[in-house]
Design a protein around this ligand. Sequence first.
Ligand code: HEC
Length: 241
Amino acid sequence: MGKRIMPRAALCAAIVAVVPALSACGGVKDPQPDVVAGKQLFVQKCGSCHTLSRAGTKGTTGPDLDQAFQQSIKEGFGTSAVRGVVYKQILYPNRLKNSQGIKMPAKLVSGQNAHDVAAYVASVSSLTGKDSGRLATAVKAAGGGTATEKAGVISIPADPGGQLAFADAKAIGQAGPVTIEMPNKSGTQHDIVIDGLGKGEVVANGTSSFKATLDAGQSYTYYCSVPGHREAGMEGKLTVK
Ligand code: HEC
């Protein structure tokens, strides 16, 4: 995805199409967006497909949203202009498919939520560094937990908040037969795989699981095999006692 240059006329047209009441191309003013809610929704609904540095998302199905507006921002288009473009994209995505034949679903968020997400994306697109203030703690990073084997089952959930991560980046098991499962409530497609041991099915809402036999003293890497997810950090380490 190359950098995109947005001609001012096109940008204005896009914005006016979104907010017909807008008299000139001054930008989107109302309603007041809640960027903290916008960040949370972005991570949940958009981050599995889009990279946005400040949001900590690393999806690769859709364009990188830091790069997408870099050129326009450099050329002085304000965040309100970018906000209008993102808002329009949420409601009316392009009909283009990416190289894997995937299209962006329309209206993943709507109403005030769509304004919140658009405002957040526009305010941080192409920025380096970290979000500060209330934005810094808006989303808890997934992966902090440790899953332990219980009654022959090791349960390692996918992050329910939609991050490309397991809730537990570490797991501890015992030698012998075991069921490895990944409950997934995120709505994003995931599976759980250990090379050489087994592979669960890809599920969006449900549980992916497989049976395996663990060797004493070994450690294994579990990961999600949906394209781009492991690269974004969806993997962990299973240690066998
Ligand atoms: C299932 C994957 C998927 C999800 C989820 C998704 N997108 Fe997209 N997005 C895409 C694809 C593919 C494209 C490129 C085709 C297009 O423009 O519609 C895209 C394009 C975009 C663009 C245009 C970027 C450019 O270069 O002009 C923006 C902005 C955008 N998405 C924002 C969002 C926001 C905000 C959300 C969450 C509400 C979201 N996307 C959710 C896949 C996704």
